[in-house]
Design a binder for this molecule. Structure first.
Ligand code: FAD
Length: 360
């Protein structure tokens, strides 16, 4: 296993529990990437191809243990916009496609009562989803579960797949070659370069996000999200920041940027606070606890790459979850683990690694 984020750690746990000898290489430390620095919301992905993986993930979180606690009830996601007219088509679309989200338009009075922290004059609709968890909690719990099942998790240890005669035969590390019957690359945004060092195969790139952590005196009751995040994979231009605010245990994570290059978080933070103030005025002047940046592993079609790479025997990919990796990670990992274990498993064509052929 290459990569100790949510995907790699969940896979390591599932495979070790099924009797495989598992060694996970993490070049930094467990949850060093987005899996430890995200906004911490388990949320419906608003994509038909991903809803089954999300449902599976929720069930797997419910039985995760190892210090992980799944909140009993969703807090609700309020999708907000300064342009009220643009909201209704988006709400109606979600209501038709995902009735389980109970997308509900809120009139100004109801909105003010439901969420007094919001600025006047905004439009909003409410979605029945959103379970806040500490950013690194799920990954750390899966890492603990993997270790308990006998997996070896090596930190500070970079690795890359070794391919000979069209087959992955192990990984190369600073200590030499470690042979393996199968290699999984779950290295988030760095996956493409590890699978194909020539640079020709690039279905996954990095989209950097900055989060600002603050402690509001009266934090919002819901998770807040500016309309537009679900259109991210299809955005052809305008990677402007989108406002989001997720509160858990009194600490709010204010987001976020969508940048192709790694930003200096402290330089970006003031613009995020300024933008956030348009939605939640109390953000102005609130003491900033910390700022952090991390990279979303963004695939070119916005969906993860799961399962074997057909051109290379024994080489599996589990990456490309973009803004939804915490919400989808365990379900994705279960699918890939079952494929590695040789179980009858159908990875939907829309999520299969094979849709991005190495040769094409
Ligand atoms: C600002 C922000 C907020 C987000 N909020 C949410 C949210 O609220 N809810 C949600 O569902 N998702 C959220 N996400 C998305 C989510 O965090 C990611 O999709 C998810 O963490 C990706 O997990 P991963 O395991 O694929 O990759 P990563 O977490 O990136 O893990 C990959 C690991 O591979 C390691 N690695 C790389 N190269 C090597 C190598 N050669 N050898 C060994 N190890 C290597 C890296 O060090 C890293 O630890 C957010 C993302 C961002 C950026």
């Amino acid at each position: 296993m290459v990569g100790g984020g949510i995907i790699g750690c969940a896979l390591a746990a599932f495979l070790a529990e099924d009797g495989m000898r598992v060694r996970l290489y993490e070049r930094d430390e467990i949850a060093a990437g987005a899996s430890g620095r995200n906004s911490g919301l388990l949320q419906h992905p608003m994509d038909e191809e991903l809803t089954a993986v999300f449902a599976a993930s929720e069930a797997l979180y419910g039985e995760l243990g190892h210090g992980f606690e799944l909140p009993a009830e969703p807090i609700g996601v309020l999708v907000v916009s300064e342009s009220e007219a643009a909201l209704e088509p988006a709400r109606a679309d979600l209501a038709a496609r995902f009735p389980e989200l109970r997308a509900e338009a809120l009139d100004p009075a109801t909105l003010h009562e439901a969420e007094p922290a919001l600025a006047e004059g905004l439009g909003a609709f409410l979605l029945d989803t959103g379970l806040p968890v500490p950013p690194a909690a799920a990954t750390q719990a899966f890492a603990a579960r993997a270790r308990a099942a006998g997996a070896e998790l090596l930190e500070g240890a970079a690795a890359s797949p070794v391919v000979k005669g069209g087959r992955a035969t192990g990984v190369r590390t600073s200590a030499g070659i470690d042979p393996a019957g199968a290699v999984v690359v779950a290295a988030g945004p760095w996956t493409s370069a590890l699978v194909d060092p020539t640079g020709a195969w690039r279905p996954i790139g990095a989209l950097w996000g900055v989060n600002v952590e603050l402690r509001l005196a009266e934090p919002p009751r819901h998770s807040l999200e500016e309309a537009g995040i679900k259109d991210l994979p299809h955005a052809t231009s305008g990677l402007d920041p989108l406002f989001s605010l997720v509160t858990r245990g009194g600490l709010s994570a204010l987001g976020s940027t969508f940048l192709p290059e790694q930003p200096e978080p402290t330089e970006v933070a003031p613009a995020l606070v300024e933008r956030g103030t348009r939605f939640v005025p109390a953000l102005a002047g609130t003491h900033v606890v910390s700022v952090r940046a991390c990279a979303r592993p963004m695939s070119t079609d916005g969906r993860p790459l799961l399962g074997p790479l057909p051109e290379v025997g024994g080489l599996f990919v589990a990456a490309g979850h973009g803004p939804w990796g915490i919400s989808l990670g365990p379900g994705s990992a279960r699918l890939v683990a079952d494929a590695i274990l040789g179980r009858t498993v159908v990875i939907p064509a829309e999520l299969a690694t094979a849709r991005f052929g190495l040769s094409g």
